[in-house]
Each structure stands twice: as structure tokens, then as C-alpha cells.
Design a protein around this ligand. Structure first.
Ligand SMILES: Nc1ncnc2c1ncn2[C@@H]1O[C@H](COP(=O)(O)OP(=O)(O)OP(=O)(O)O)[C@@H](O)[C@H]1O
Ligand SMILES: [Mg+2]
Length: 252
């Protein structure tokens, strides 16, 4: 069966894209799926979160996008494989602008290896630039982490619109899975009001996955280069991440 290729995308910064990519990847692998994570952000946060020094890499995703070489893969980091990135990817952005059929470069780079995986999760940068487009073109699905605050939903309609444009123009297969409310203040009544607002505003237009609570454990775990389930197995978020991973098994 061909893999589910899921872009974790939101053009807003700091919504938890990288954190969710890393943790869902871990849970899917623990549930016995073959998982590849792809870092297509020049900030290389995912590469760093996975314990790989972005400054010390012979090859990154940039090489595969520009030079037609096999996509570089680091194997078995807590059960998950990784295509790393680093800051050199921002130079590739300029070169890609004049490249022929550039929108297809990631899809092409993944195609020789994709059947070795059940899930490929792509961590997009916080822009609607070329790398997010490459990612959406290569994907079968897109998942949108949003911050749980009052204005969170303002950008989401615009964002869903951009995704729909990619779908109409270039990737008819792309399915929007929905939004994952991140950094939810689960202990305050204000947090509940905000989450209710998100359900009210976005419920009619897309699916809403279970909210991930705000917790310092997430920052601590990523500093330790570990998924939360390894860093603090009893943390309440672990169960929620597991349930989202489980629901990804059911998508078509
Ligand atoms: N549920 C959470 N609770 C508290 N902090 C969190 C949570 N999820 C992520 N964080 C922290 O928030 C920061 C931003 O998260 P992350 O890097 O995953 O976001 P991002 O959307 O990938 O950012 P960027 O847009 O820059 O790529 C990180 O320091 C991360 O550790
Ligand atoms: Mg990120």
C-alpha cells in the first residue's frame, strides 16, 4: 500500500508544527508503522529535536531537491527515520526559483523510497513559500496545528483557502485532515472558552482533533532531543498524542 504523506502545515510561526511532527512520528512508529519524518524548514528545528546537529551534515534535503541525488535518510531515531535539513536550504530557495518543474521536486525525491514507509510526515516552515508548496504537492494529506488563543482561527480560513488552491491547481489528491489545537490552557476557564470558540468557528468548516495541553514538558523534551512519551511517559499529553496517531491510521 502506498504511504500516507502528511504535511504539518501552518503559515503562522510557533504553532507546534515541529513538536507535533516529532511526537506523532514516534507514536506511529510505536504502533508498528514504518515512519519517515522530513524536515523541509531551513530553521532545521525538527533535525535538532531529533538529536542531529544541523551544522554537521554532509547531505540534507537541499541536495536531494537540487542535485537529483537520493534523498538522505538517518535511520532509527527512537524507531523513526529522518530526512534532515539545515540553513543551506534557504540558499536552495533562490536556486529553485529558476528550476524547471520545481513544484514536483520533493514528490520526485520521495518517490523511489516512499514504498518503504507507511507514514511520511513533512514538517513545513512557517511560510507559504516554495518549501510549503513542494510539501503540499508531495502530500496526500495535510494537518494544521493551531495555537489555542483568541485570534487563532482568524488565519485559518485563509490558510485552508491556500491549501484548496494547491489542491485545485496542482494536487487534486490532497485531503485536509483538520486542525490540532496546540498549547491549550486546560486548567483555566479561559482556556475552555477559547477552545469552545475554536469549535464554534472552525467546527463547521473542518475537523478538529483533540487539543494538546500547554506544558513545559514539550520544551523540556525537545531540549533533551526526545519525544514526550520517552521523556515523561506518564504525562497526560501522551495519551492524547497516541489517540491522534491512532486516528491517522484510519484515514483514507
Ligand atoms: N503543547 C505545548 N506546550 C508548551 N509548549 C509547547 C507545546 N508545543 C510546542 N511547544 C513549544 O513551543 C515552541 C514552538 O513549537 P514548535 O517549534 O513545534 O512550533 P513550530 O510551529 O514548528 O514553529 P516554527 O513556525 O518556527 O516552525 C517550542 O519551544 C516548543 O517546545
Ligand atoms: Mg517548526
Amino acid at each position: 500500500m502506498s504511504p500516507k504523506i502528511i504535511s504539518l502545515f501552518n503559515q503562522a510561526g510557533g504553532t507546534g508544527k515541529t513538536t507535533l511532527t516529532q511526537n506523532l512520528g514516534y507514536h506511529l512508529a510505536k504502533r508498528r508503522h514504518r515512519v519517515l519524518l522530513v524536515d523541509i524548514d531551513p530553521q532545521a528545528s525538527l533535525t535538532a529535536f531529533m538529536g542531529i546537529d544541523p551544522f554537521n551534515l554532509e547531505q540534507t534535503i537541499a541536495d536531494a531537491l537540487l542535485k537529483d541525488i537520493p534523498i538522505p535518510i538517518h535511520h532509527d531515531i527512537y524507531g523513526v527515520d529522518l530526512v534532515p535539513s539545515n540553513i543551506l536550504l534557504s540558499a536552495a530557495e533562490v536556486q529553485l526559483h529558476s528550476a524547471i518543474a520545481r513544484e514536483w521536486r520533493l514528490k520526485q525525491a520521495l518517490s523511489p523510497i516512499q514504498d518503504s514507509y507507511d507514514f511520511i510526515l513533512i514538517d513545513c516552515p512557517p511560510t507559504l513559500g516554495i518549501f510549503s508548496i513542494l510539501s503540499l504537492v508531495a502530500s496526500t494529506h495535510v494537518l494544521v496545528p493551531i495555537q489555542t488563543h483568541f485570534k487563532a482561527f482568524l488565519g485559518v480560513e485563509l490558510l485552508l483557502d491556500s491549501i484548496r488552491q494547491v489542491r485545485e491547481r496542482i494536487n487534486k489528491e490532497l485531503t485536509i485532515l483538520g486542525v490540532v489545537p496546540m498549547m491549550h490552557e486546560s486548567r483555566t476557564s479561559q482556556g475552555k472558552v477559547i477552545l469552545d470558540g475554536i469549535y464554534e468557528q472552525l467546527g463547521p468548516i473542518t475537523s478538529i482533533f483533540p487539543a494538546i495541553p500547554r506544558a513545559v514538558t514539550f520544551a523540556d523534551a525537545s531540549m533533551e532531543r526526545k519525544p514526550v512519551a520517552i521523556y515523561e511517559p506518564k504525562h497526560p499529553s501522551v495519551r492524547i498524542l497516541e489517540s491522534i496517531a491512532q486516528s491517522l491510521e484510519e484515514i483514507q
